[in-house]
Design a binder for this molecule. Structure first.
Ligand code: BDR
Ligand code: CA
Length: 310
């Protein structure tokens, strides 16, 4: 039986790539795609979820959750990398923009329909997941797999904070402190993989829906990464997090005790792990510390090629 997952996303180029990998995967049943503000403001994130689904047209459409405004305005966005609309500035039309239930309600309903068996793959700020716990404190989520934070490397927004956590540290703290089973894929690991032009050339071609979509959104991201970081390729943090959820054997994980700094001029949004010789905090999540980078890259290309064939 396919594994039931919810993808919580703030599309975002790497969110969009992860969605393409998940929506056509026969091992997964994507019961919902819930939008959250992050790389783009909430309304744009919701629109982008609909754009992606319309562009790639998966065999089965998941429910869509609408992003609502966060408690605090987003302190930053990702448009400098992901484009003005979050999808490379490609200016996609949407056929029909219907009013949607808020993401946290969609999450609660989907999880309650299948207690203890839904995995949430959280690829943006943790606003929706924290709100879902606020609505339903005993929400029986099977597992939460989250892309975010940094264990020993620097952040990518401040010297200490990674984007997803920095956008909404209060929510991240609530989720980190929740009793659910959690896996974190931090920046230290996702930064190790760069999707190069050579790999881009191996992606499905324009004649397929997935290929045509990817070939519209990725080239602007390549230009932005070169201009801003001098990199000949792009990071695909969220695609790696998706793979950690579905192919954990490609990753090395360690049980750790983690929390989030919610204030501090220099440290807001930093993830903090108790790595003392004799830790005082209790382990509360598995953290990815290493991966088979070559195989992860191969799997990304393979899943996208499979998606284009369906
Ligand atoms: C994370 O931030 C976003 O810009 C990406 O989509 C990813 O989820 C990486 O720090
Ligand atoms: Ca993201």
């Amino acid at each position: 039986m396919p594994r039931k997952v919810i993808l919580d996303v703030d599309p975002g180029i790497d969110d969009a790539v992860a969605l393409c990998m998940a929506l056509f995967n026969p091992g997964l049943e994507v019961v919902a795609v819930t939008a959250v503000g992050g790389n783009v403001p909430p309304a744009q994130a919701t629109r982008n979820v609909q754009v992606i689904l319309e562009q790639v047209d998966p065999p089965r459409w998941p429910r869509i959750g609408a992003a609502s405004e966060p408690d605090e305005p987003l302190p930053v966005d990702g448009r400098h990398l992901h484009g003005i609309d979050g999808l490379g500035g490609a200016n996609f039309e949407v056929a029909e923009l219907r009013s949607r239930h808020p993401s946290e309600k969609v999450i609660c309903d989907a999880v309650r329909a299948d207690p203890d068996s839904v995995t949430i793959i959280a690829l943006g700020p943790l606003t929706n997941i924290a709100r879902a716990f606020q609505r339903d404190p005993e929400l029986p989520i099977g597992q939460i797999v989250m892309m975010g934070g940094a264990v020993s490397g620097p952040g990518n927004i401040t010297p200490t904070a990674e984007f997803n956590i920095y956008c909404d540290p209060q929510s991240a703290r609530k989720v980190f402190r929740s009793r659910s089973t959690k896996t974190l894929i931090p920046l230290d690991v996702t930064n190790r993989l760069v999707l190069s032009y050579d790999l881009f050339n191996r992606l499905p071609d324009e004649s397929t829906k997935v290929g045509s979509f990817l070939r519209k959104i990725l080239p602007p991201a390549f230009r932005n990464y070169r201009r801003q970081f001098g990199l000949e390729g792009i990071h695909v943090h969220d695609s790696i997090a998706l793979l950690a959820a579905i192919r954990p054997e490609l990753f090395t994980m360690q049980e750790m005790a983690g929390d989030v700094e919610t204030s501090g001029n220099l440290t807001t949004g930093a993830t903090v792990f108790d790595r003392r010789r004799v830790p005082a905090w209790r382990h509360n999540m598995a953290v990815v510390v290493d991966m088979d980078t070559a195989e992860v890259m191969e799997q990304i290309v393979r899943l996208l090629s499979d998606a284009a064939r369906m």
